[in-house]
Design a protein around this ligand. Structure first.
Ligand code: NAI
Ligand code: MG
Length: 426
């Protein structure tokens, strides 16, 4: 989308600079990656993965049921017992290193598919998500042969089969965060991507296959919440690693409470940025913008609450408003775009619900004058001022490009306010 510059008397636009998608390859239909093979789902069911910027269908994704999950867990167990737990750290490292190298070689394709499937700006998937995901595999390749030296008084052991469930905000990066350390430590994996963003995890399965990883060491099963629950409830899974909503995190905690399964839960957030009167204001404004508008605000450590010292509040808010007038909202494949598409219709509805809650709570809203694309799921950057600590928009995670602004006078006051949230802070 083109956007005119508000401050200048003469209107000007950047020409569109869309990244090419001619070099990517997507299958029409994706099966489940189990035991080193592409398998049809036992249910016979598939669902669509769409591009949230255009609502076009990108591919059909297999819907795994509990029988498919059982197959994947059995494959992971067999691979653990027969191969992976027996390899030395330095042998495991070679495979992990090879995955990193192949990801690097296919970085451009991964970035474009990440943007098409999830709506994030190409600048972010190209410069942040994909390079960090590659680096993560490199980093853990380095750990695999050093674990036994890292904790001198303790014996380091793998757990077995890791069941991993990830969300849609950083699809490939989350897969890297989960898979790379599990493999380095000698575990095998059954991973389920989020239902709106399965494609880069399936591309990663292709890469893992090309890397020659022994069959069953990594299995990728796609589907909805019930597929995730089948992983959580499978008796032969030793560890659950989950990132997503607090509500589902609680369900998982309950489900495994009476078992010996270990868990890592990475849930939501409502973190605070605090600006004191002696801060360099232009830099602070850039920090605020990155904190809440990066990845459309779909970030668990987003700076979704802003606290500004009262003496500079007017100045900061004025500069912040000017700055968000210059943000480009639109085609995620365009290299000029700052804010891409909201990941799904459901998430857009959640954001809209919270906007209404904020208005009902009496908050003052500010949005720049930008025209949103007619198709797809988009939301403009939004500021809420005149909010109270008790307001729901201040207390609850919105997970969109929406910032609440409060003021303070003293350091003690702002620390108390910033900490007054049920979430842990980033
Ligand atoms: P969600 O928690 O439902 O989904 C995350 C993953 O868990 C997906 O792969 C999903 O299929 C799976 N899942 C859903 N129900 C499950 C169950 N009963 N057992 C096992 N796995 C299950 O998150 P959703 O609905 O996509 O987003 C809702 C809110 O959660 C967002 O608005 C945001 O506030 C928060 N969220 C936080 C994230 C973070 O990075 N911490 C990431 C995504 C969402
Ligand atoms: Mg999608």
């Amino acid at each position: 989308m083109k956007k005119s510059h508000q401050d200048s008397s003469s209107l000007w636009n950047y020409s569109p600079a869309p990244e090419s998608k001619s070099h990517i390859s997507l299958k029409e239909k994706y099966g489940l990656y189990i035991n080193g093979k592409w398998e049809k789902p036992i249910s016979g069911k598939y669902f669509d993965s769409i591009n949230p910027a255009t609502e076009e269908i990108l591919a059909q994704i297999a819907q795994a049921n509990d029988k498919d999950v059982d197959k994947a867990v059995r494959a992971a167990r067999f691979a653990y017992d027969s191969v992976w737990s027996k390899l030395s750290g330095s042998e495991r490292a070679k495979y992990i290193y090879r995955i990193a190298r192949l990801m690097q070689e296919r970085a451009r394709e991964l970035a474009v598919i990440e943007t098409l499937d999830g709506g994030k700006p190409i600048r972010e998937s190209r410069d942040i998500d994909v390079p960090l995901a590659c680096n993560h595999f490199f980093y853990y390749a380095g750990w695999a042969d050093k674990l036994e030296y890292a904790f001198p008084t303790r014996k380091v052991e793998s757990l077995g089969v890791a069941g991993q469930i990830i969300p849609w905000n950083f699809p490939l990066l989350m897969a890297a965060w989960k898979i790379a350390p599990a493999l380095a430590a000698g575990n095998t994996v059954v991973l389920k991507p989020a239902e709106t963003t399965s494609l880069t995890a399936l591309k990663l399965a292709e890469i893992i296959h090309d890397a020659g990883l022994p069959p069953g060491v990594v299995n990728i099963v796609t589907g909805f919440g019930d597929t995730g629950a089948a992983i959580v409830n499978h008796p032969d899974v030793n560890k659950i690693a989950f990132t997503g909503s607090t509500a589902v995190g609680k369900l998982i905690q309950k489900a495994i409470a009476t078992t010996s399964k270990k868990a890592t839960l990475e849930l939501g957030g409502k973190s605070a940025n605090i600006i004191f009167e002696d801060a360099p204001i232009d830099q602070a404004v850039e920090g605020i913008v990155n904190g809440i508008f990066f990845n459309q605000g779909h970030v668990c450590c987003a700076g979704s609450r802003l606290f500004v010292q009262e003496s500079i509040a007017e100045k900061v808010i004025k500069k912040l408003k000017q700055r968000i007038e210059t943000l480009y909202v639109g085609d995620p494949l365009d290299k000029n775009t700052d804010i891409g598409a909201i990941n799904s219709k459901e998430q857009l509805q959640t954001i809209e619900k919270y906007i209404q809650i904020g208005l009902n709570e009496g908050a003052e809203i500010y949005q720049p004058q930008c025209t949103l694309p007619k198709k797809g799921f988009f939301y403009p950057p939004t500021l809420f001022s005149n909010v109270a600590q008790s307001n729901r928009i201040v207390q609850e995670e919105i997970f969109g490009p929406v910032l609440t602004i409060q003021t303070f006078r003293t350091i003690d006051e702002v620390i108390q306010k910033a900490n007054n949230t049920p979430y842990g802070l980033a």
